[in-house]
Design a protein around this ligand. Structure first.
Ligand SMILES: *Cc1c(COP(=O)(O)O)cnc(C)c1O
Length: 378
């Protein structure tokens, strides 16, 4: 049997070097649980990075952060919540945790995120039904910022708050402003395959100390500030632990490097696919958009070429690829809910593929990928 070359993963974790030292610190001081210096320092480093008006609470996952964001906006049973259909299921599931009703909205072609026209249509529909949506969940998919200006204008016009799901977009910018600073509440994930990781974890970013305090309170079983265990609301066990936060502290030190490495991957793909008649690489629509290029994605231009076939060719060379996120309105779980748009995201799902985009990708890996891509002809 022929010797397989090493597997090329889509987006593997990439440690910076100081993570173990911060974990050791947690052991040395015996702060092993959901409190300690690593958590405080991790939150501080993110607040410094994101800049003023960013109040950060470290949580056990990005999903937990979206759940608490909805709670902070008083989403209750039966409420409408607008959500981008083209996303990972974690953006939408917390709506159902609260027995609220998701209203899915299509993507536009330039950023693959919320389409302003379809959003406007969806909001009008909800209002006509007698219930203004309680929140708009907008995503910066694959690291590409959404149409910030247009979406914020709609949010302001109807006075509906934005939950910015920038789980994939730490370090991305729109008009030089960082993702994670656009929402009334914003979310970033540190899951294992994101641009930096805490093994598992996330943050909720609020715009004032009061919301940060409430996030902490809800994430710690809604325990009231008394000298005995006093509770008058439902809370959760959603706090990040001090070991994971140690990984996060080390990862924050290499964030800038990781962004540049991912962007370098994008340059590589641009070089390979520049004149391709088979594939088009998804890239920023103009210079206002600065993506961290968490994942590089391609669209197959030729109708005779199926994504399944391309994925198989990669797999045979021991290279991981992945289909784009299957839109929520096409999922069995969500197919009976409202959807507004023309199924742009369904079309992207049909013809798209995610390619290896790890920050540690070697020249040899690039060579194997480029050979394969250039060899695919119609
Ligand atoms: C990863 C991700 C999440 C969820 O984050 P977890 O930390 O895995 O819970 C939410 N939304 C999007 C778009 C994601 O990619």
């Amino acid at each position: 049997m022929k010797l397989e070359e090493k597997r090329i993963w889509l987006s593997p974790p990439h440690m910076g070097g100081n993570e173990l030292q911060y974990i050791q610190e947690a052991f040395d001081t015996n702060w092993i649980s959901q409190a300690g210096n690593n958590i405080t320092e991790f939150e501080k480093s993110l607040e410094n990075y994101l800049g003023k008006n960013s109040f950060v609470t470290a949580l056990s996952s990005g999903t937990a952060a979206i759940h608490l964001a909805l709670q902070l906006l008083n989403v209750e049973e039966g409420d409408f919540v607008i959500c981008q259909s083209f996303t990972f299921v974690a953006s939408a599931n917390p709506i159902l945790y609260l027995k609220a009703v998701p209203v899915f909205v299509d993507s536009e072609r330039s950023t693959w995120n919320l389409c302003p026209d379809a959003l406007d249509e969806a909001i009008k529909f909800c209002i006509k039904k007698g219930k203004k949506p309680k929140a708009i969940i907008v995503v910066s998919l694959y690291g590409m910022p959404f149409m910030v200006k247009e979406i914020i204008a709609i949010s302001r016009r109807y006075e509906i708050p934005i939950i910015e799901d920038s789980a994939e977009a730490l370090g991305s910018r729109y008009e030089n402003q960082l993702c994670g600073t656009f929402g009334d509440l914003s979310v970033i994930s540190f899951n294992g395959n994101k641009i930096i990781t805490t093994s598992g974890g996330g943050i909720l970013i609020s715009r004032n100390q009061k919301d940060k305090n409430r996030t902490f309170y809800l994430a710690t079983q809604a325990k009231e500030d008394k000298d005995y265990y006093s509770h008058s609301e439902i809370g959760y066990n959603y706090r990040l632990n001090n070991i994971s936060a140690g990984i996060g502290r080390g990862q924050m030190q290499v964030l800038e490097e990781r962004i540049l490495q991912r962007r370098k991957n994008h340059d590589f793909y641009q070089g390979v696919l520049n004149d391709s008649e088979v594939f088009s690489l998804f890239s920023a629509p103009d210079e206002k958009y600065y993506s961290n290029y968490w994942l590089n994605t391609i669209i197959i231009k030729h109708p005779d070429l199926q994504k399944e076939e391309i994925a198989k060719q990669f797999s045979e060379k021991n290279i991981e690829t992945r289909y784009l996120w299957k839109p929520m309105h096409l999922q069995d779980l969500y197919k009976d809910y409202y959807f507004f748009g023309t199924n742009v995201c369904g079309m992207l799902f049909d013809t798209g593929l995610c390619l290896p985009s790890g920050s540690e990708m070697s020249d040899r890996c690039r060579c194997r990928i480029s050979e394969l891509l250039s060899g695919i002809k119609i």
